[in-house]
Design a protein around this ligand. Structure first.
Ligand code: BGC
Length: 745
């Protein structure tokens, strides 16, 4: 593949697609033919006009300045003497507008390919991209990830001349991640005429993907559609939350039967508006919304006796799929769609409870390692855009370097993957030792804080918890995970164990007094990147601070009960939880673990904002960015940052799976080789049933209330074991098989 030349068009095609093609002359009978292809930008490969694959958005998104994936396709059955091999390319992530940059990786689209032919007689031939390839215009007149696409079936391909060979400085590596593919398909279920008179189709589910049309219209007639996740309070089409992303699709019909769908873009939407439509009836049977995502095997399932919680789980699954499109993104619709490291680390354990995400994370973690800076720090999103900019090195975002490899190891037990990323983990912790003015505290950095927490004003982007407290807590957490990883790998971790002890000791001295966090932490500096100064930013006594002190074992054992009590008082006093990215993943866990399981359930069942069921009650089909993205009065949180497809607070499924149903990984025998099974049944749920397909087989736990009793059914795959603890305190060691237990309510 390395001998293939990078080729580009002889003229600048701007935002239009370009086709590179070559006629293939075969000398003899072909035994096997393999096409390897890549691009800077996106590409699709065709032989005689037929797609060589049903995969999408190739070559995928990596740290392009260091590596780009190439894909290999078996094309033996498609190849014939005289066939035309074509690569159609457009801008995608690498070229064009992405995030706040233009052409962040390359200033023009280019491609490279190698066709390997093995003849029946054993001889071989290689056909490589070079200047003998011809460039043509494409019927894709415009394509851009955020802004959408224009395809014109009346535009014949025009020759642009010989391809031009260029140099692209990056390594070409075989595909490492999952393929992105089309998955679920949705028919529109209603046509709405809005108060403004707009024609809007509703697909009933918020997705990332696109709409396919089959249509026979007059030559030159156009379909123009806009996308939206929600309607506004008057029932009109609403695109304000896309910010600058246009998500606009234009198709020009050929006069014959056409099938249209985007080739180089995707949209996040539930509704489309028909801005222009040919003079033919709107045929629901010929219009489909198609979800696209990385092709991860579904491994986990959950159902219970409460329909609202079932809908919540549905929404979590959908936001997960919609945001795992080659890279774990924050959202799939606005002018962002970035691999935010904080979002990825908060949610990766939850994802692994429902999907096999090993390969997906293997690829992304390789990119995190490549984007790690020389000094060991880690950027806020990967792949990084703006290498030359001063990016914030934020606690909980950069800590993904330690959290994600550890979580993926726990879920799949793959020591090789952990070993591969151990150096990244270590470099991150080593960076932290020098990040602040003193070694055992992380003070004064640029952070995102307790992002989206509610305790510094309802509409603030960030909560009141001291950045320094969060940063030092994460410093301890990452060091702890590094120690655990090192021990698994047989490293001598004495020095890092000592470091961990010192961080915890300094944390207690600096942020706590008499076993409790300080009301006000010392002020070093308050920077919340890109946001106005917070009114009240240095608090130690917040729900989030108490949660992470308990979750990361930062207090002395003797103070644990008092801290938990204080947390409960604060929740009760406020009436709800105020936690953001930092506290939310752990709040229900620390409540249950410290004797407040009833309160954990009350928070789960709460229906007013802020709560998980508030969005369910307001018709959500995915997880919202804010607890109240859609306000009680039907208004919106803000235009500036209001995604309706942001998985972070879907992290609640972690508690539902490992505490409510009660299937918990054992760190010393990962991948569910040994599990801790400790259900926490609740009568309001009636029953709960969760399963996970592990490498050993399916592990499933069910409980059900009936006739004053709680019935349990537990199935363990052969070769695995579990320690069962029932609410009565009854314990038993179990091994592969199905077990039934009954206890009184
Ligand atoms: C994203 C978040 C992300 C954050 C950083 C936002 O714009 O959508 O999910 O983590 O920026 O604070």
């Amino acid at each position: 593949m390395n001998n293939a030349k990078w080729i580009t068009a002889p003229v600048d095609c701007g935002q239009a697609g370009v086709v590179f093609q070559k006629k293939i002359n075969l000398k003899k009978a072909v035994k096997r033919a393999t096409l390897n292809a890549t691009a800077m930008g996106l590409y699709r490969a065709y032989i005689d006009g037929r797609d060589v694959t049903d995969a999408l958005l190739m070559p995928g998104w990596t740290v392009y300045r260091k590596r780009v994936q190439y894909q290999s396709y078996d094309v033996t059955d498609m190849l014939r003497d005289g066939a035309t091999l074509a690569l159609e390319c457009a801008q995608g992530w690498a070229v064009g507008r992405f995030n706040h940059r233009i052409h962040y990786s390359a200033d023009r689209v280019s491609a490279a390919a190698l066709l390997e032919v093995e003849y029946e007689d054993g001889s071989k031939e290689e056909i490589l991209t070079d200047k003998t390839w011809q460039a043509y215009t494409s019927e894709v007149l415009f394509a851009e990830i955020y802004d959408g696409e224009t395809q014109d079936r009346t535009a014949p391909p025009k020759p642009l001349g010989d391809a031009v060979e260029i140099t692209v400085n990056t390594a070409r590596v075989p595909q490492e991640g999952e393929w992105v593919k089309e998955a679920e398909r949705f028919a529109p279920f209603r046509l709405i005429i809005t108060p403004k008179g707009e024609r809007v189709l509703d697909f009933g589910q918020n997705i990332a993907g696109y709409v396919e049309f089959k249509i026979k219209a007059k030559r030159g007639e156009r379909i123009v559609i806009s996308h939206a996740e929600v309607l506004d309070k008057d029932g009109n089409f609403y695109t304000g939350n896309y910010r600058s992303a246009k998500n606009l699709i234009t198709y020009v019909c050929s006069g014959e039967e056409d099938v249209f769908k985007p080739r180089f873009s995707f949209q996040g939407f539930r509704y489309i508006r028909l801005d222009e439509y040919p003079d033919v009836p709107i045929d629901f049977d010929a219009i489909r919304a198609i979800a696209i995502h990385s092709e991860m095997t579904r491994t986990g399932h959950f159902v219970c006796g409460n329909e609202k919680i079932n809908q919540l789980y549905h929404n979590i699954i959908w936001s997960n799929m919609n945001n795992y499109i080659d890279v774990p993104t924050d959202c799939p619709q606005r002018d962002e769609r970035l691999g935010w490291t904080g979002d990825a680390q908060v949610f990766c354990r939850t994802a692994a409870m429902s999907f096999d995400v090993k390969r997906f994370f293997k690829k992304w973690l390789s990119d995190v390692a490549l984007d790690q800076y020389e000094d060991g720090s880690v950027p806020p999103f990967v792949p990084l855009i703006g290498v030359d900019e001063n990016m914030p090195i934020s606690a909980a975002w950069a800590d993904s370097a330690c959290v994600c490899p550890w979580e993926i190891y726990l879920a799949y037990g793959d020591k090789a993957l952990l070993a591969e990323h151990y150096p990244m983990m270590k470099r991150w912790v080593d960076y932290l030792r020098t990040a602040g003015p003193e070694e055992y505290l992380w003070l004064g950095g640029d952070h995102f804080g307790d992002w989206l927490a509610l305790d510094d004003g309802e509409d603030s982007f960030v909560g009141a918890t001291s950045n320094d407290l969060i940063a030092t807590a994460y410093y301890a957490r990452s060091t702890d995970l590094l120690v655990k990883a090192g021990k698994v790998l047989g490293e001598d971790m004495t020095a890092y164990e000592a470091l961990y002890d010192k961080i915890v000791a300094r944390f207690r001295e600096y942020f706590m007094k008499d076993g409790m966090p300080l009301e006000k932490c010392p002020v070093v500096r308050d920077v919340v990147v890109g946001n106005p100064p917070r009114p009240n930013p240095f608090c130690g006594m917040t729900q989030t601070a108490l949660v992470i002190i308990l979750a990361y074992n930062l207090c002395e054992e003797k103070d644990r009960a008092r801290i938990a009590e204080k947390l409960v008082d604060m929740i009760e006093e406020r009436g709800y939880m105020t936690t953001g990215f930092i506290g939310t993943p752990h709040i229900l866990h620390v409540l249950t673990e410290n004797g407040y399981n009833d309160l954990a359930y009350r928070l789960l069942f709460r229906e007013e904002s802020p709560s998980w069921l508030y969005s369910v009650n307001h018709g959500a089909t995915t997880i919202w960015e804010h607890w109240n993205s859609l306000k009680e009065d039907g208004g919106f949180w803000s235009t500036g940052m209001n995604s309706f497809n942001h998985y972070w607070c879907g992290v609640v499924y972690e508690w539902i799976f490992d505490t409510c149903v009660g299937i918990r990984l054992d760190e010393s025998a990962p991948a569910y080789l040994h599990s801790e099974i400790a259900p926490h049944p609740n009568k309001n749920l009636g029953f709960a049933d969760a399963s996970i397909d592990t490498a050993y087989g399916t592990l499933r736990v069910k409980w059900k209330y009936r006739d004053g009793m709680i019935h349990y059914e537990i199935t363990l795959p052969a070769g695995t074991t579990a320690t069962l603890t029932l609410p009565s305190g009854y314990r038993e060691e179990l091994s592969g098989g199905t077990y039934f237990f009954t206890e009184r309510e």
